[in-house]
Design a protein around this ligand. Structure first.
Ligand code: GDP
Ligand code: MN
Length: 380
């Protein structure tokens, strides 16, 4: 789950990571009021779940009180990478003398949390990583040190980012706090870009990007309330409400599978035979024709879908229930794309019998299903 910069900064404050004060507002009038109370100059920052807001005109320094309203209106009218700006962060402008990149995330390959740092921050780190990879520094953090590491553990790394000894020790303290926040709140990423040095020599987090692990949200009630429904994929959210796990992908083969493991195996097999899945969709382990109808609705919404592959391995799930769901869907929706169905396991005979006489393409094995789907328009 993504949260906004202003929410990330609230977490920073909870953990004692220095960050400027600020107020999130929804209207230009409130921006004016907030700016007045802080004193000029202020920075107005679009709160949307994407990076590169600065480049898109979503971050503006305003020096005159008279300009706040117009600038706020302009940013609130922006749509950045398809996301309309609904909120602004109003924050006192800092005088920047240095910008550094610093983040902590999980390196799955190394199976460890790692700090990533770059002494040239502010810009998009992906660009630096491509053009001058030697500038990207990396520090693996042992799991035992994540919650209770001290500044001393990070001093060497921080000194590579800040040549000034005092700034380096401030950064080391910040790193220990970031690691604590990272592990205690079950984050997938805590990123500060830029981490700046202001005109008084103070190291301050000027931006905050925090990603939370969805699977750990159940133990963080305080974080769940930070979810911004407006900014999330509406289809993925409504799928969750209906008990389906749905992730949109780029390909053309719509998938409907029972069980997350089988759904992943199905996507692998599709790719192996030259196709590209349009989605991950796990209808879950229960037998409920209604879920199949909901699943169809989701898949058919995607104009890229050229064929649907249904792969069901019946255990608790009964193939006849799935078949009933398919029939109901064919009645309800005008399905124009071919459908390949593999029904195996509990009540498979009954299920197949129900589907007899329909224009579905049956498949016995997953290989057969995947190759057929790839051929029937799935292949790029
Ligand atoms: P992003 O573009 O979405 O990553 O937004 P950032 O918060 O990182 O801001 C982009 C850039 O705007 C920063 O790298 C800074 O150069 C500049 N900026 C942001 N806040 C301030 C500020 O308070 N003062 C000044 N002078 N520049 C700022
Ligand atoms: Mn940034």
């Amino acid at each position: 789950m993504k949260i906004h910069e202003y929410q990330g900064k609230e977490l920073f404050r909870q953990y004692g990571i220095p960050t400027p004060p600020g107020e999130a507002v929804k209207t230009a009038a409130d921006a004016v009021r907030a700016a007045k109370s802080m004193g000029l100059p202020v920075v107005l920052k679009a709160q949307v779940h994407v990076g590169g807001r600065g480049k898109a005109g979503g971050v503006k320094v305003v020096t005159k009180e008279a300009d706040v309203e117009a600038t706020a209106k302009k940013i609130l009218d922006l749509v950045i990478k398809d996301l309309p700006v609904r909120r602004l962060l109003v924050t006192p402008a800092a005088n920047i003398t240095k910008e550094v990149y610093l983040s902590i995330l999980i390196d799955r390959g190394a199976r460890k949390a790692v700090f990533i740092g770059c002494s040239e921050g502010g810009v998009e780190i992906e660009v630096t990583a491509k053009e001058s990879p030697e500038k990207i520094l990396r520090l693996e953090v042992p799991a035992t040190k994540l919650g209770n590491g001290t500044a001393a553990d990070y001093k060497d790394f921080a000194s590579k980012l800040f040549s000034d000894a005092d700034q380096a020790s401030q950064a080391a303290v910040i790193m220990a706090k970031m690691a604590k926040l990272f592990v205690e709140k079950d984050c997938a990423l805590v990123e500060i870009n830029p981490l700046i040095v202001d005109d008084k020599g103070k190291v301050v987090a000027l931006d905050a990007k925090v990603l939370l692990d969805d699977n750990a949200l159940f133990r963080h009630e305080d974080l769940v309330s930070m979810r911004d429904m407006d900014s999330e994929d509406a289809d993925e959210l409504s799928a969750k409400e209906k008990g389906l796990s749905f992730i949109r992908l780029e390909g053309s083969i719509g998938c409907m599978v029972n069980g997350a493991g089988l759904a992943m195996a199905t996507m692998d097999t599709i790719k192996h035979f030259g196709g590209e899945p349009a989605n991950f969709l796990d209808v879950g382990g229960s037998s409920n024709p209604k879920k199949v109808v909901e699943a169809f609705k989701l898949i058919l919404k995607d104009p890229e879908v050229k064929v649907i592959l249904i792969n069901i391995f019946g255990g608790i799930t009964r193939c006849d229930d799935i078949a009933r769901g398919i029939l109901q869907s064919l009645e309800e929706f005008d399905v124009k794309v071919p459908i390949v169905v593999r029904l195996i396991g509990t009540n498979e005979k009954e299920g197949r019998a129900l589907l007899e006489g329909t224009k579905l393409t049956p498949a016995t094995t997953l290989e057969e299903g995947a190759t057929t789907a790839a051929k029937l328009g799935g292949k790029a």
